[in-house]
Design a protein around this ligand. Structure first.
Ligand code: IDC
Length: 485
C-alpha cells in the first residue's frame, strides 16, 4: 500500500561548478531568549555562475517551519533554481522558506538547502543571515576548501557518528504506508534482501539518467510522481564519475546526491547512491575518488534508513579479482560510518556476472567479496541480453544475493527497439526470485530507454499519460502492481 503525500514545490538544479570558493561559519546565539541559529555557507563558483549550499542549525527552541533570510553583497547576484526550500529574492534580499518535509527543526538540529545562482560584478558570500527573524550572528571565516573535500556541515563534529549527530540533514520521518515506512532498515538475508521484520522483499523502481545532464528530471514533483503515480519503491541516483560528472566538482555532486537522498526519503522511497563508473572500466582508476565520496555520503546519511550504496556501476575490461580488491577497500570506508547499510558490488563485464566476458557467477561464488551485508549487481538490456543471460541469473539467484540496479527494455546502447517480450521474460524471472530492480531511465532523454518523451521534464508533465514513452508506459505498469512487503 502506498499513501499519497502531496508536497510543496522544489526545483533542483544541476551542480556544474568547478572552483570552490570557501566556507563561512557563523556561530551564533541569542543568549537570553530561546532562539538562535548558526549558518554555514559554501559555494562553488565559476565565471557567471555558482552553486550555494547552506547548512542551518537551530540553536533555539524547536521550530515547526522556518524562514531563512540573507543578503547578497553584490547587486548582480541572483538566485536561480534552488532545492530544499522555496526561494524569493527582492533586490539583494533573499528569503528561503522551509518545505513541509524539513520545516521541523529540533533544538540543535540542522538542515541543508542550496541553490544555483548567477553573478555579474562579484560573487561574495551572503551576509546578515536570520532564522525566523532572529539574527544568526558570529564570526565569518573564509576557509578555502580543497576541491576533493566534500563540503562539510559545520554542525557535524569532525567525524560524525551515529550516536552523536543531531542529524546534519533534513530530519524527515518516514511517511506512513510508504515502502520506507513498511520496510525500514534493510539487510541481506541469505540470497535475499530482507526488511526490518526479516521478510524477503523485492524493491522496484527507476534510475535517474546522469544527474550532471538530467537534473531537471529530479525534483519534488517528479519524485512525487514516482512515489504516487508510479507507486515505486526506489530511486537510483546515477552519479557519473567521468563525462562531466563527479571528478569535475566533487563537493557539488556530493551535495546534489545528498539532496536527492533527502527527496527520496521525504516520499518514503529507498535511494541507491550509484557511483556510476563506466569508462574507464577499471573501478580502481577511481579508487581515491570513491573513498572520498563514500566517506562523505556515508557519514552524512548514516542515520537514514533509505540509503543503499552501489560502489561501482559497471566494471569492464578488468578481472573479478580487481573488482574484489576495489570493493574490499571501499566497503570499509562506508562501514566506518554506516555499519548497517546494504552495499552493492558491480560485477565483471558491465555487471553481467561475467557473462558478457564468457564467464559466469562461479568466479564470484569461489572468491566472494570479504564483507557482510552485500549484494552483487546484475544489469541487462532486454533486446541485447536474452536466454543465456537469464539461465545464469536464474541459477545464480540461488547462490548469490543479486540486485538488478539497472536494466533497459531496449538494446545495450540505451536505444533501439523496445523488446517487450524479452523484458517480460526478465521481469517475470526477477519477480519469481524476489530480485529488486531499477529501470534506466527516469528521464526524458532522446533515446528509447527513457521513460518520458523529450520535453517532459521542462514541462513538468510527469503524470500526463501522453508524456510516457513506450518503455515508460510498460515499466510503469509493471512497477505499479501491489508490493508484497
Ligand atoms: C548511456 C545513456 C546515454 C549516454 C551513455 C554514455 O543512456 O545517453 O550517452 O550512457 O554516458 C549502461 C550504462 C549507462 C548507459 C546505458 C545505455 O550503465 O550509463 O547509459 N547502459 O547505454 N550499461 C549498459 C547500458
Amino acid at each position: 500500500m502506498k499513501v499519497l503525500h502531496k508536497r510543496g514545490l522544489l526545483a533542483v538544479g544541476a551542480a556544474t561548478a568547478l572552483a570552490v570558493t570557501g566556507i563561512i561559519v557563523l556561530p551564533a546565539v541569542n543568549a537570553s531568549a530561546a532562539s538562535g541559529c548558526r549558518v554555514a555557507y559554501t559555494a562553488n563558483s565559476w565565471p557567471g555562475g555558482f552553486t550555494g549550499n547552506i547548512t542551518i542549525t537551530n540553536l533555539g527552541d524547536a521550530v515547526n517551519g522556518w524562514t531563512l533570510g540573507f543578503t547578497f553583497p553584490d547587486a548582480g547576484q541572483k538566485i536561480g533554481q534552488g532545492w530544499s526550500a522555496t526561494y524569493s529574492q527582492s533586490g539583494t534580499a533573499v528569503t528561503a522558506r522551509s518545505m513541509d518535509y524539513n520545516g521541523a527543526l529540533a533544538t540543535g538540529a540542522s538542515t541543508g538547502i542550496g541553490f544555483n545562482g548567477t553573478w555579474t560584478g562579484a560573487n561574495p558570500s551572503p551576509t546578515a543571515f536570520t532564522l525566523n527573524g532572529v539574527t544568526c550572528t558570529g564570526t565569518v571565516t573564509n576557509t578555502p576548501t580543497p576541491s576533493q573535500t566534500p563540503s562539510k556541515s559545520p554542525s557535524a563534529s569532525p567525524s560524525p557518528s551515529r550516536s552523536t549527530s543531531p542529524s546534519t540533514s533534513p530530519s524527515t520521518p518516514p511517511q506512513g504506508g510508504t515502502p520506507l515506512a513498511a520496510n525500514g532498515q534493510l539487510h541481506v538475508c541469505g540470497v535475499n534482501l530482507c526488511n526490518q521484520n526479516n521478510k524477503a522483499i523485492q524493491l522496484r523502481g527507476m534510475s535517474t539518467h546522469g544527474i550532471q545532464w538530467f537534473a531537471s528530471c529530479v525534483n519534488n514533483a517528479s519524485v512525487s510522481a514516482l512515489a504516487d503515480d508510479w507507486k515505486a519503491d526506489l530511486l537510483r541516483i546515477a552519479m557519473y564519475v567521468q563525462e562531466q560528472g563527479y571528478e569535475t566538482n566533487p563537493s557539488g555532486f556530493t551535495n546534489q546526491v545528498n539532496g536527492y537522498v533527502d527527496l527520496a526519503e521525504s516520499k518514503g522511497l529507498y535511494a541507491i547512491i550509484d557511483f556510476h563508473t563506466l569508462t574507464p572500466g577499471d573501478p580502481n582508476y577511481n579508487l581515491d575518488r570513491a573513498k572520498t565520496f563514500f566517506a562523505a555520503v556515508s557519514a552524512r546519511n548514516a542515520n537514514k534508513k533509505n540509503v543503499i550504496y552501489e560502489i561501482a556501476n559497471e566494471p569492464n575490461g578488468v578481472t573479478w579479482q580487481q573488482i574484489k580488491t576495489y570493493a574490499e577497500q571501499v566497503i570499509p570506508v562506508i562501514r566506518a560510518n554506516d555499519p548497517d547499510a546494504v552495499v552493492i558490488v558491480g560485477t565483471r563485464g558491465w555487471s553481467s556476472l561475467g557473462v558478457s566476458n564468457g564467464a559466469d557467477e562461479n568466479e564470484i561464488v569461489s572468491s566472494p567479496v570479504n564483507a557482510q551485508n552485500i549484494m552483487y549487481a546484475f544489469h541487462f538490456y532486454a533486446a541485447s541480453h536474452t536466454d543465456n543471460y537469464r539461465t545464469v541469473v536464474s541459477r545464480a539467484a540461488g547462490r548469490l544475493p543479486l540486485f538488478v540496479t539497472e536494466f533497459g527494455t531496449v538494446s545495450a546502447t540505451g536505444g533501439g527497439n523496445v523488446d517487450l517480450n524479452s523484458s517480460t521474460a526478465w521481469l517475470d524471472l526477477l519477480d519469481s526470485k524476489k530480485i529488486s530492480y531499477a529501470n534506466w531511465t527516469y528521464s526524458d532523454a532522446n533515446e528509447s530507454s527513457a521513460a518520458f518523451n523529450p520535453g517532459t521534464c521542462a514541462a513538468g508533465s510527469w503524470t500526463n499519460p501522453s508524456s510516457l514513452s513506450t518503455s515508460g508506459a510498460w515499466v510503469r505498469s509493471r512497477i505499479r502492481t501491489a508490493d508484497n512487503f
